[in-house]
Design a protein around this ligand. Structure first.
Ligand code: SF4
Length: 181
């Protein structure tokens, strides 16, 4: 029997090639849990594109609650950190620990995240957080640097072919300000 895997997906451009790869070897479901995204219209826009990608391959998607206040609490005191600084591991942690809980609650033995697809996202920072989140609830974390193995190029092509929205900032209000809007 094919193993069930829950894939935490941060956005369609980061997720599409990973979804396409994992759907071939797992009984795949996608989870959208990204309370870091600001503003809410942007959150809805990114979510809509993930729904569209899942629809193309008939992948079930779990739409978790939008909890920006809880996320704001988690990163309190780190607001002025630059992107890539001390705020980001806390952000990853808030998303991955909740994702692992949802995986355990819904009977997925393994979970993964598309976060390592991001150009500036370090696998050596993200994967240990995924491992710790999985260990806490008794599931496994599939650690992988999804930037590697030609996946970034594949994703770029797939996004382009489908006209998928690609954001130009990481997600939170601080990365939006840093981008300079
Ligand atoms: S810059 Fe990105 S990873 Fe870092 S805290 Fe903001 S949304 Fe999270």
């Amino acid at each position: 029997m094919t193993e069930r895997l829950l894939l935490h997906t941060c956005c369609a451009p980061c997720g599409i090639a990973v979804i396409d790869e994992l759907r071939k070897s797992y009984d795949l479901s996608v989870l959208f849990y990204n309370p870091n995204i600001f503003p809410e219209e942007e959150y809805l826009k990114r979510k809509r594109e993930v729904v569209r990608v899942c629809g193309e391959w008939d992948i079930p998607m779990i739409d978790a609650d939008y909890e920006p206040d809880a996320w704001g609490e988690a990163i309190r005191g780190l607001e002025s950190e630059p992107e890539g600084g001390r705020r980001c591991p806390v952000c990853f942690r808030s998303r991955l620990f909740r994702s692992a809980e949802i995986a355990a609650d819904r009977g997925f033995p393994v979970f993964a995240t598309t976060l390592t697809s991001g150009r500036n996202k370090r696998d050596d920072v993200i994967s240990p957080i995924g491992d710790a989140a999985a260990a806490k609830v008794g599931v496994r974390f599939l650690a992988e640097d999804w930037k590697k193995g030609g996946r970034q190029e594949a994703a770029r092509k797939m996004v382009c072919e489908r006209g998928i929205y690609r954001q130009d900032y990481c997600g939170c209000r601080y990365s939006l300000a840093e981008r300079g809007s």
